[in-house]
Design a protein around this ligand. Structure first.
Ligand code: NAD
Ligand code: MG
Length: 382
């Protein structure tokens, strides 16, 4: 019992993960019940006791009152701006509405923008913060697993335009990230699985211990067990922070941040085919894409088949999508190929891909024959 009590006490102490970049360093604070302690956690980093919270309607209903209460307790002044939930809010129109509302009040340069929500809110509010008065301080309180392990680390912010996703944006690092795993208890299961796919991805790119940890604990992550979630978020953020620190502005064409796209070429093709209409979550596409990236690597003779089998077994054990045929939609090989060829600006019938030499050994290649990619899709039952 003493060990149980000790571990309970430990679970209440948040984990602090320092992210050290060239021009900024900040902490990702990970743990339970952080939103209700946000005032005390943020007070030391805020340049002024004044904030503007940007959130979406779903998250506002669930967590805005607790955040406001916590800010009140510490005498932090706030106002809240709410957007409609969903990817379509990451647009110029919503950006204009938010910046208008902020400028109308006469915002001060030291007022902090707080993003309370998933990656949509984080990317949009981050871009509002990056561009308003040429840069306001910014804090992320990510409330989806995807945003806790992926979008809140790395400083990329932005919105979509009619020409494509994330085409207007800026790098803008936060003062602090509060990843409250308690908030994940209300997240729909599909969203949890989609975020988990990005954690598995991190292990497969360059952290074999993380993948092994996933094999052991993945079911507890998907059951939203707080301590296990805290550990999963910590490991995935630590991995992303290492990659980002080495290549802050995605200046490296190969390796560096480019590796974070493992599984994404296939995943994006599936998403694009469905017209990004929400039928397939990004992380679900990534889950299938990871298996296909391993299958392609095996076919190219650069990865042992046992590693492909291990990846597929893990996805299947957790009932995650691992094949195109797991989806209730049909796709044509030629359509998926066309997406990938457009996406990758194919040259001489060869495509760029993130490949693997095995679990935790990703690398980039610009030399993948389109024929091989087609074969992998056909073999997958497409
Ligand atoms: P999202 O922000 O749309 O959230 C998914 C859904 O969950 C929404 O309906 C939201 O209202 C709801 N929700 C959020 N938190 C909840 C909670 N705790 N309980 C119940 N419901 C909750 O989607 P996402 O997957 O978090 O983020 C996707 C976005 O992130 C995309 O726009 C993508 O481009 C972006 N992204 C950015 C980066 C980056 O580096 N900046 C990286 C990866 C993804
Ligand atoms: Mg992704």
């Amino acid at each position: 019992t003493t060990r149980v009590i000790e571990s309970l006490a430990l679970s209440r102490r948040p984990v602090r993960l320092p992210v050290a970049l060239d021009h900024a360093s900040y902490d990702v604070v990970i743990g339970t019940n952080l939103i209700s302690r946000a005032g005390a956690l943020l007070a030391p980093v805020l340049p002024q006791k004044k904030v503007i919270i940007i959130t979406d309607e779903n998250v506002a209903a669930l967590y805005l009152p607790a955040l406001q209460e916590a800010l009140k307790e510490t005498g932090i002044e706030f106002r809240a701006l709410t957007i409609a939930p969903g990817e379509h809010s990451k647009c110029l129109k919503t950006y204009e509405r938010l910046t208008d509302a902020i400028l109308e009040e006469g915002v001060e340069r030291r007022t902090t923008i707080i993003a309370l929500g998933g990656g949509v809110v984080g990317d949009l509010a981050g871009f509002v913060a990056a561009s308003t008065l040429r840069g306001l301080p910014f804090v992320q309180i990510p409330t989806t697993l995807l945003s806790q392990v992926d979008s809140s680390v790395g400083g990329k912010t932005g919105i979509n335009t009619r020409w494509g996703k994330n085409l207007l944006g800026a790098f803008h690092q936060p003062l602090c990230v509060l990843a409250d795993v308690s908030a994940l208890s209300t997240l729909p299961q599909r969203e949890l699985v989609a975020g988990y796919a990005e954690i598995v991805k991190s292990g497969l790119i360059g952290d074999p211990d993380l993948f092994q940890w996933c094999e052991k604990n993945g079911d507890s992550v998907l059951a939203a067990e707080p301590d296990v979630l805290t550990e999963a978020v910590r490991q995935a953020c630590a991995f992303k922070a290492r990659v980002v620190a080495a290549d802050e502005r995605e200046a490296q064409a190969s390796n560096g941040r480019a590796l974070l796209n493992l599984g994404h070429t296939f995943g994006h093709a599936l998403e694009a085919e469905l017209g990004y209409d929400g039928r397939l979550l990004h992380g679900e596409g990534v889950s299938i894409g990871l298996k296909l990236a391993f299958a392609l690597s095996v076919r190219l003779g650069v990865c042992p088949p046992e590693d492909l089998a291990r990846v597929e077994a893990h996805l299947r054990a957790l009932k995650m999508p691992a094949s195109i045929t797991d989806l209730p939609y049909s796709f044509r090989v030629a359509d998926l190929m066309a997406h990938m060829q457009r996406d990758k600006k194919m040259q001489d019938g060869r495509l760029s891909f993130v490949l693997v030499n095995g679990i935790g050994k990703a690398f980039t290649s610009r030399d993948v024959p389109a024929e091989m990619v087609r074969d992998v899709l056909i073999e997958d039952g497409c």
